[in-house]
Structure formats: structure tokens, C-alpha cells
Design a protein around this ligand. Sequence first.
Ligand SMILES: Nc1nc2c(ncn2[C@@H]2O[C@H](COP(=O)(O)OP(=O)(O)OP(=O)(O)O)[C@@H](O)[C@H]2O)c(=O)[nH]1
Length: 230
Amino acid sequence: MESSIEFSTSPTTNSQPTRYRFFKIVVIGDSGVGKTCLAYRFCAGRFPNKTEATIGVDFRERIIDIEGEKIKVQLWDTAGQERFRKSMVQQYYRSVHAIVLVFDVSNPASFRSLPLWLDECRRNALGQEVPRILVGNKCDLVQGSSNWGGVNSEQVQRFAEAHGMPFYLTSAKGPEGQGDHVEAIFVSLAHRLKRQRTLLASHTPQSEALQSFMLPSKKSTEKEKWACGC
Ligand SMILES: Nc1nc2c(ncn2[C@@H]2O[C@H](COP(=O)(O)OP(=O)(O)OP(=O)(O)O)[C@@H](O)[C@H]2O)c(=O)[nH]1
């Protein structure tokens, strides 16, 4: 992870931009599992009226307050279709802070693809220090059942444990306010990242920490250009 993108700026009404620490979270998984809907639900607070297959990547951001600090959660909603992602894959994984791996609980094939997605992470040199979480989306379609068309919840739990990932079952479409898992999933990931970064900083010699804080943030400027507010 490169520390030069740890902070990003947002314009304010006066001339001083506000500086936020930000976390780049990349959402991956098969096409149609609901990555866009999850990202939209977290950033805009509702299920989108309509979605189309993502081409390349869409950016969504939301600023949240964690223990008194404003943190920008930047979600990279990536294309699930191979033909829409191949030229961009390296960009997705560069300086990433966490990965959200999504499958559709009503589509067992999307669960069986997960090892391929983990392979892609490995091929792009993602270190073990980058947390990954597993999200089973569209639970509204399998309500009350723990057997999802050939994949059951224990199998998924075992897979998640074997890869050191917490597993969350949710629905981007679920009724708002009813135990809003989507909100809780991303917020708890941001909490985890903040704790991890604080720990890292406390193990970094002071001069090094200061240097990385002051590095010119070329990458973050590039990202800001692409970022869309929700
Ligand atoms: N029932 C139900 N449908 C959902 C849910 N989340 C997404 N969908 C639907 O699933 C379809 C695909 O959702 P997207 O969010 O576009 O899927 P994606 O993973 O971003 O797809 P790509 O951009 O092709 O990678 C859409 O028709 C959504 O309305 C959910 O939680 N429940």
C-alpha cells in the first residue's frame, strides 16, 4: 500500500480544502451479483432504480464519521464481465486498502467463481495485510432458506474461514432501515481499516510517518478527477 494516497481533499466554500483520510475499497465478483447496487445502497442510501453492466469501473464515495474523524470511503465498483475489465485490472488493485468479494446467493455459479477472484487478487500482488470480506448478496431471494440452490450457508462459512474472511449475508434491495446490513458491512470495514492504519502508524518511525504524510499526492489528484459524489 502506498501512503501517498492516504489523504484526499474536498473543496469547501472557503479557499481551504478539507483533508480527509480515505480508504479505497474495491468491490469484485461475477457480473450481476449486485456490486453496483451494494455500492449505490451504501453511498446513496437506497436501491438504484435501474442499473447497467459496469464498464471498467464506477467510483462512489461517502464520508463517514469514525470516532470523531471524518473518513472518505471510496468504493471502486468494478466490472464483473471480463471484456469490460481486462485493461483496467491493475488499476483496481493499486494502493487498495480492502477488498469486498461479492457473490449472489441465488446463483451458485457466482459462489463457485470466488476462487478465481481470489486468484486475481494474488496475481496482482495483493498482500495478506489487505483485508478481504465476503458478501452473499440478494438474500431477499432465498428468504428463510440456508440452502441456496446447491450451495448452503455452512459451505460458504467454511470457504470464508479457510480464506480468513468474515462472511456477511445481505440484500442491497432489502427494506431500508430494517437491520441495514449494507450500511453495517461497509462501516465496520472502515472501522477495521482505521484500527489497522492506527496500529501501522504507531509502528512506523516518526520521521517516516511524517514524510509519507507530506508526500505530494499525485495519485489522489488523479482519483479525484474520476470520483463521483453520490
Ligand atoms: N432481488 C435482488 N436483486 C438485486 C439485488 N442486488 C442487485 N440486484 C439486481 O441484480 C441485477 C444486477 O445488479 P448490479 O448491481 O448491476 O450487478 P453487478 O454485480 O454490478 O454487475 P456488473 O456491473 O455486470 O459486474 C440488477 O437487476 C439488480 O436490480 C438484491 O439484493 N436483491
